[in-house]
Design a protein around this ligand. Sequence first.
Ligand SMILES: [Zn+2]
Length: 91
Amino acid sequence: MFLIHCPYCNEEREQEEFSPAGEAFIARPEAPEDISDEAWADYVFYRTNHKGDHWEQWVHSNGCRKYFMVERSTITHEILKVAAFGADISE
Ligand SMILES: [Zn+2]
């Protein structure tokens, strides 16, 4: 178990209050009707399953119920950054 800082509640809470919601920054195709079935399947089903630091989405399911982004190591589970959608994550 680990702690996650919810950027909306502005509190550190136990991981059990949250639910993972998949990899972040998956861009929806602008014109889905113009892409192949393979490209659509790639968008819907396939993820990088990256080993190491990566961005993912979480939802504070037993709290404010808002989605936000977490940069987390998939090796150590260390949380490196937490950000609300639209926040500057460049630093
Ligand atoms: Zn919250």
